[in-house]
Write a protein that binds this ligand. Sequence first.
Ligand SMILES: [Fe+2]
Ligand SMILES: [Fe+2]
Length: 388
Amino acid sequence: MSATSSPSESATVSRKKKGGKKEIQESLLTPRFYTTDFDEMEQLFNTEINKNLSMAEFEALLQEFKTDFNQTHFVRNKEFKEAADKLQGPLRQIFVEFLERSCTAEFSGFLLYKELGRRLKKTNPVVAEIFSLMSRDEARHAGFLNKGLSDFNLALDLGFLTKARKYTFFKPKFIFYATYLSEKIGYWRYITIYRHLKENPEYQCYPIFKYFENWCQDENRHGDFFSALMKAQPQFLNDWQAKLWSRFFCLSVYVTMYLNDCQRTAFYEGIGLDTKEFDMHVIIETLSKHISINPLKKANKRNRTTARIFPAVLDVENPEFKRKLDRMVEINQQLIAVGETEDIPFVKNLKRIPLIAALASEILAAYLMKPVESGSVDLAEFEPQLVY
Ligand SMILES: [Fe+2]
Ligand SMILES: [Fe+2]
């Protein structure tokens, strides 16, 4: 966070240390930066080693990305600054935080895709170029959000973040699971907010949401590309371990989102949404619609079956799943309250132990709920398509 604002306006991304050096406040729930095993990635995308790579399909996807549907979409106007000036008090603060977190998340995608584009150039130029074009999209998204911050007299120092933040290492298989899910969730979050504000324009308090309709199509394309990538790596989808891991990733992504959003209900209420309802809608849509990649077109039963990517998913429509999420929120609130007391760190840690154990047991219980088996994946017939 560059120091262009009063400290009270500046939210959570960085602060000055005594020696003048900035440090980053990291927590489990802040948007992360990812790195992976690039050597393994090179092997996975080597067409001589991996015969499952359907290069015709990737060529077609590359043409989609080259078309660059949103090239002229992200153009600002004077409504932004005017709207930002009208946002005052707690809502202003929470808006800034929303912009910061979204910008960090988009920028995280930019960094990962850019590096993958660079590292895969020799092994698989087509896949490499798609990654580069996706990093173009993410840079555009992050830049647009950062310009939004300038309406609040703030700016994220993205160069600083690149160097100073910790990177979380995931093996390629887990990068695929996590990015696929986060792209599809991103799509459903953006389109849900867009549709809601279109129906309830009285809550349209900042114009960035008007851009979400086209914006979310970028995220949808990114998700479809990851579907195609996973399809080319059936070893990541077809065994019992894949079933356990895909459930685990769904759960960790959903729990993180739910806990994060329930800490920021003021934002969702500020735009007229019920936070928990919004999240459950996104969770259910992502899981049910990830089965049918193209929900708006005539998806017959066969298409839905063949389009399944994850071999097993959580039963998110079971009311017990939401009850467990709600209990996690309560425990997380108690954990936050412990952190805010005046106790010495030792006492705080003692108080945290039973709460962390309770949280872990809720998460485990949710994980062990009977999953929805997606069945075997008929990969050969899977055709990713875009939603317009
Ligand atoms: Fe994005
Ligand atoms: Fe994306």
